[in-house]
Design a protein around this ligand. Structure first.
Ligand code: ADP
Ligand code: ZN
Length: 214
């Protein structure tokens, strides 16, 4: 099963993708995570990506598309994948569609995680992420058992530089201008399903996902 997660930053794409991964045993491919891993390792790609990410802008399409296609060619993607954070522009979506057609595959479902700007700004500014495994928490709504420490792996929780108020504004603007048109695109060309970003518990989210995927 090939799945795309669509939605604003902080709407909950990553959280839902992680649950799908757990339940359906599919690789969770987050373009944001791949960029951040490159930034940490100070690769050329990382240096380039950082200059855009720090401003709340998108990394250029050609670089991003090549990176994703490279990742999808790995063996672990043969029986499906969850794409979290790609495509994020119409160019990425149309180029991706061409590549899929060439390899005779398709996207089975595009899951839109819905949320309004106020919720998203609150989610992002209170978000803390594990620097080791990438797990995501919130200082009010999804606290770790021990403050500042990841429940899953014991890593340190950090406040991402782009989760600060100024950059959040730019990220939301970028989302509305460049990514939101994809809702229409997948509404017309794909199997678009919507889940609310307001879903609370893990059980609630799993139930919603099962309703869509089974
Ligand atoms: P979030 O978890 O808030 O949705 P991500 O971790 O997915 O954010 O992405 C962080 C940043 O990485 C984005 O703000 C953007 O600069 C860059 N990025 C991620 N995916 C893409 C993409 N498909 N195209 C261009 N830039 C991207
Ligand atoms: Zn962790």
């Amino acid at each position: 099963m090939n799945i795309i997660m669509l939605g604003a930053p902080g709407a909950g794409k990553g959280t839902i993708a992680a649950l799908i991964k757990e339940k359906y045993n599919l690789p969770h491919i987050s373009t944001g995570d791949i960029f951040r891993a490159n930034i940490k390792e100070e690769t050329e790609l990382g240096k380039l990506a950082k200059s855009y990410i720090d401003k709340g802008a998108l990394v250029p399409d050609d670089v991003t598309i090549n990176m994703v296609m490279d990742r999808l060619s790995n063996d672990d993607c043969k029986s499906g994948y969850i794409l979290d954070g790609f495509p994020r522009t119409i160019v990425q979506a149309t180029e991706f569609e061409k590549a899929l057609q060439k390899s005779n595959t398709k996207i089975d479902v595009c899951i839109l995680v819905d949320g309004d700007d106020d919720m998203i700004a609150n989610r992002l500014s209170g978000r803390r992420v594990c620097e080791k495994c990438g797990a995501s928490y919130h200082i009010e709504h999804m606290k770790p058992v021990k403050e500042g420490i990841c429940d899953k792996c014991g890593g340190n929780l950090i406040h991402r530089k782009d989760d600060t108020v100024d950059v959040i504004k730019d990220r939301l603007k970028t989302y509305h201008e460049q990514t939101q048109p994809l809702i229409d695109y997948y509404g017309k060309n794909g199997n678009l399903k919507t889940v609310s970003g307001f879903l609370g518990s893990k059980e609630e989210i799993i139930k919603a996902i099962e309703g869509i995927l089974n």
